[in-house]
Design a binder for this molecule. Sequence first.
Ligand SMILES: Cc1cc2nc3c(=O)[nH]c(=O)nc-3n(C[C@H](O)[C@H](O)[C@H](O)COP(=O)(O)OP(=O)(O)OC[C@H]3O[C@@H](n4cnc5c(N)ncnc54)[C@H](O)[C@@H]3O)c2cc1C
Length: 460
Amino acid sequence: MTDYRRYSFWLDTCDDDLTPRPPLDGDIDVDVAILGAGFTGLWTAYYLLKRDPSLRVAIVEKEIAGFGASGRNGGWCFAGFPVSPLTLLRDHGYDAARLTSLEMYRSVDEVGRVAREEGIDAHYAKGGELEVARADYDLPKLQKMYDEFRAIGLEDHYRLLDAQETVERINVAQAVGSFHNREGAAIQPARLARGLARAVERLGGTIHEQTPVTRFTGKPSPSLVTERGTVRAGTVVLAGEAYLSALPGMEREIIPMTSHIVVTEPLPEEIWDQIRWHDRDVLGGWGVTGAYIQRTADGRIALGPYQGNYPWQSRISDALDRDEAIFAHARRSAVAWFPMLRGTRFTHAWGGVFGIPRDRMPRMTFDPRTGIAAAYGYTGDGVATTNLSGRVLTDLITETDSPLRALPMTKPNPSRWEPEPLRWLGVTFVRKDRQRVLRKIERQGEYPEKPTLSQRLYDY
Ligand SMILES: Cc1cc2nc3c(=O)[nH]c(=O)nc-3n(C[C@H](O)[C@H](O)[C@H](O)COP(=O)(O)OP(=O)(O)OC[C@H]3O[C@@H](n4cnc5c(N)ncnc54)[C@H](O)[C@@H]3O)c2cc1C
């Protein structure tokens, strides 16, 4: 029996019974068959069943609901979209760029609203997102972020804070300024995933766990094929994010990248008195010790450094979850951000995979000619974006006339990753170059005059 609690602090402490639901047992017929019980699959099932309670919806999950990134992430439920407002503005125009941001704001609120309505205690706290510059050379980044939202008329949601205002909010070492986005909430992600799974079941959906899908087919007979039977459906939804790269036909659509998190023991009040952080804003920043950070509801600090690995041929295994060098770096980074943590014990360390599409654009698509819908490619910004996926796919599949159907993400994916070995060589080079450049910037106290390839790709 797999002990699913060991996959993250969140799964370990979600207070839900992780005993797997019964697997698929023979062939079945449904209206909508969904691959994957992460946030994408669960939100899609949830909104479809809310829209039309008579629909027969089945989710097929290879492990348990919340096994993937949805049960392991940093809990940043924020309006961060992997493609920047200026890029959306350039490629899709003012209205599309603005609508994307507005719908991301709505997604953050929807997560809170549905959690309340469904009685899911996901530890949701909407304190915003605080991005902190910890060196003068990172200050222009804050202004640039603000200017991007001003370009689409949404600057009211954001605020620039000076060094004093920043440390009064959260006492981060060496803070020189920050950017506050009010559209962000901290959550306990496994509680949300497990609670959503139960909400889907209450609405009449079925979840078959420990049932890996080996392939899918489109029209004339859309289906999810497993070794335990076939789910025949009117519509098939692919909601497997990074793991989709293992499905025949999807190898070059998306690649997996690891991310890792460490979490402290609950901190005593005297440490919280020094750190402050009263609103539980999700916290982040750049540089060698750059990370995404959360104050948990039970008074711990969870920190995920911006370091990860791409596995050769996109092969995902449990072994990827543990990288002792990254865990050690994460613990050192936590002390760099908050020196008062020196001597603090770290109780959990884990990893998982998120998915990256070649052009960084998430996809939320449905092709009525094939009967196949898909939503994936969040590049580590999926906690709130998956809610948008669920709402977009629901409108597309039920042919509901709505502005969501015109969002840029609904267009088919024009980009493919290179075949191996080019893919591994390219991604590994960029990843290593980024670490090298970050160390150089820190040593020299300034950015290179001419950005390197990894800087242009990562926009750091
Ligand atoms: C360590 C880490 C930290 C992160 N931090 C943040 C954060 O703080 N904020 C943020 O916005 N985003 C974050 N992300 C990204 C975010 O968690 C994901 O984008 C999001 O959870 C994706 O949800 P999903 O449902 O699409 O995919 P997943 O949660 O990965 O779910 C996919 C599901 O499909 C199942 N599956 C896959 N293949 C098959 C198959 N063949 N048959 C049946 N089932 C299958 C999997 O078991 C899994 O349960 C983080 C990711 C990681 C790994």
